[in-house]
Design a binder for this molecule. Structure first.
Ligand SMILES: [Mg+2]
Length: 166
């Protein structure tokens, strides 16, 4: 089950201490889009997001967006950001994470993964021994039954993390 636990849990991408990550040796960060950077299918990055990526760049850290969503959605979203991206990533499968590390020039020990879903973002990152960070979904909106059940399970894990039980 350890493979389902993130190394860190944060309220949002804006409450992550990126300098702390840098001090841990992290040089590149893989970001999910939907419910991580913006609500599901929200078409464009906002100002805060653009500032955040500039801040990360200012810390001499790389970023790469890795999304399971379609080419159309991901390309459109990333237009407003100066960040490389991979669409149709099929997380939790390892291939896209490896490709992202190639793009960023990082390795297993220097790469972090940030996402809202334990069963794709976190599981995939843990399978490669990356530094995994779970964030609270930006907005849950209308989600199907499967996602709701998954969220319930995720909540259990989060509660355990918060109680120091990992
Ligand atoms: Mg997501």
């Amino acid at each position: 089950m350890k493979v389902l636990y993130p190394k860190m849990y944060k309220e949002s991408i804006f409450s992550i201490d990126y300098l702390y990550l840098k001090n841990l040796g992290i040089r590149g960060i893989i970001f999910d889009i939907d419910n991580t950077l913006v609500p599901h299918n929200f078409p464009n990055p906002n100002e805060n997001l653009i500032d955040l990526f500039n801040k990360i760049e200012g810390y001499q850290m790389k970023a790469c967006i890795v999304s399971n969503n379609s080419k159309k959605r991901v390309e459109e979203f990333c237009k407003g950001l100066n960040v490389p991206y991979i669409f149709g990533a099929k997380k939790p499968f390892k291939k896209a994470y490896k490709r992202a590390m190639e793009i960023m020039g990082t390795d297993f020990g220097s790469t972090a993964v940030v996402g809202d879903q334990i069963f794709s973002d976190i599981l995939g990152g843990n399978l490669l021994n990356l530094y995994t960070i779970l964030v609270k979904p930006v907005k849950e909106g209308k989600e199907g039954l499967f996602i709701l059940l998954k969220r319930r399970f995720e909540k259990k894990i989060i509660t355990k993390i918060q109680n120091g039980g990992v």
